[in-house]
Design a protein around this ligand. Structure first.
Ligand code: AMP
Length: 425
């Protein structure tokens, strides 16, 4: 089969690495791709917002199956357009991608179907939102309804900050994403990410992970797209997984089908494991970044047939096999990230780092510059390792990092600390 993978980050490099090893893959094209993906596949320049160009590329290269990495094209309806043009595509249609594209949509779906989530209200103007925030009091969570590239959630310290966040969103600080605002109850517990592969009817549990969103060691400093992750998540015991499936994932699938928007693709539930059990924080409608990097290292089965079964509605009789090992990824970012940073610094030592047992280095934002690899983004590398335990995977990842020569970059030194602490205990 000729496969086209859309996207250019660490998530897509991990998917490309796995898809390239599939028995079904004859040719893998990544668009636009990055310097790391160029080792697994052919990379081609492509504007993902130009759906006609995406379709033209599929025609030129006789693509048999398309895999969409990022959420932007899904929410913009790239799957609808590709399927209408006759190209089989993994991922949800626009109507089902609302689960990520609109927080209010997902909250209403939870309310209507008794899916456990934080109590909330939706607002379209500032004054009623502020009145609600004052009535609820602290702590509280303020969210822009639409896609805001990870900047749409604010947990204010006090009411003044809450009101400022509401004003910022309604003043267009987050563009169209903030035209509507959701205010919700602050949940207490341990966070986990849970992934299920869905075919519109059936949901197949995929795997769990935990990530580190804050930029600094000890989970301090501003939020980022994610500075590292590990899998499996120790809080996702078999009991918690079963509850997540029956209380959250399955009712969501049923409700989406009933409203004529069956969900196909990977459903990524951000969960808070509270004292009352799992509660949904949010849905994403694609693989996580950097969670995918650890999931791909743990997946023993061929990924491609599973993605095709999701598209074709054939997951019912499907099974996936996993290595019993843990996996962990550490993100290396450009100095200054998540604030301003420079591109174009030279990264050395990647080959030596990749020789450490169990290690795979996925590229998130790199460029080939002559024979050299240079940085080309905020998050630049995902140094990923498998091990019998999270502690072993962590040790291997940091051993690899110590071989990478990149003074213009940094990473957290404590990724996986909660799991390592549990393992030591
Ligand atoms: P999101 O972009 O929705 O994943 O939110 C970013 C982060 O904000 C989450 O990973 C949580 O740490 C936090 N968060 C979001 N909603 C809540 C909530 N209702 N209660 C507590 N923390 C939350």
């Amino acid at each position: 089969m000729n496969i086209l993978l859309l996207g250019s980050g660490g998530r897509e490099h991990a998917l490309a690495w796995k898809l390239a090893s599939s028995a079904l893959t004859d040719r893998l094209i990544c668009a636009p791709g990055n310097a790391g993906m160029a080792r697994e596949a052919e990379c081609m320049a492509l504007d993902l917002t130009d759906h006609a160009a995406v379709i033209a590329l599929c025609k030129t290269h006789k693509i048999d199956f398309v895999v969409v990495g990022p959420e932007g094209p899904l929410v913009a309806g790239v799957v609808d357009d590709l399927e209408a043009a006759g190209f089989r595509t993994f991922g949800p249609m626009k109507s089902a991608a609302q689960l990520e594209g609109s927080k209010g949509f997902t909250k209403d779906l939870c309310r209507a179907n008794n899916i456990p989530t934080a109590a909330y209200e939706r607002f379209t103007s500032a004054e009623p939102a502020k009145a609600y925030a004052r009535k609820q009091g602290m702590p509280i969570v303020i969210k822009a309804d639409g896609l805001a590239a990870g900047k749409g959630v604010i947990i204010p310290q006090d009411l003044t900050e809450a009101e400022a966040a509401i004003d910022m969103m309604f003043a267009g600080g987050l563009g169209a994403a903030g035209a509507e605002v959701v205010i919700e109850e602050f949940l207490v517990g341990e966070e986990a990410s849970f992934f299920a592969l869905c075919d519109g009817e059936t949901a197949l549990p995929f795997a769990s992970a935990q990530d580190h969103k804050r930029v600094g060691d000890g989970d301090t400093g501003p939020n980022t797209g994610g500075m590292g992750a590990y899998s499996p998540a120790p809080v996702m015991t078999p009991e918690m997984t079963a509850r997540t499936m029956s209380e959250i994932i399955v009712p969501t699938m049923r409700a989406m089908k009933a409203m004529g928007a069956p969900f196909k693709g990977v459903l990524f539930a951000g969960l808070m494991i509270t004292k009352d059990g799992p509660k949904l924080i949010e849905y994403n409608v694609r693989f996580g970044d950097p969670e995918t990097q650890v999931l791909m290292l743990r997946l023993m089965s061929d990924l491609l047939p599973a993605l095709i079964a999701s598209r074709d509605g054939q997951l019912k009789s499907f099974d996936l096999r996993w290595y019993p090992d843990a996996a962990l990824t550490v993100v290396m970012a450009a100095n200054g990230y998540p604030g301003d940073y420079k591109r174009g610094s030279v990264i050395e030592g990647l080959d030596a780092a990749g020789e450490i047992e169990g290690v795979e280095i996925f590229h998130a934002g790199t460029k080939a510059d002559g024979g050299r690899i240079t940085s080309n983004g905020g998050r630049v590398l995902d140094v990923t390792a498998r091990g019998k335990t999270v502690s072993e995977a962590q040790a291997r990842a940091y051993q690899a990092i110590d071989r990478i020569k990149w003074p213009e970059g940094f990473c957290r030194r404590d990724i996986g600390w909660q799991a390592v602490k549990r393992e030591k205990a």
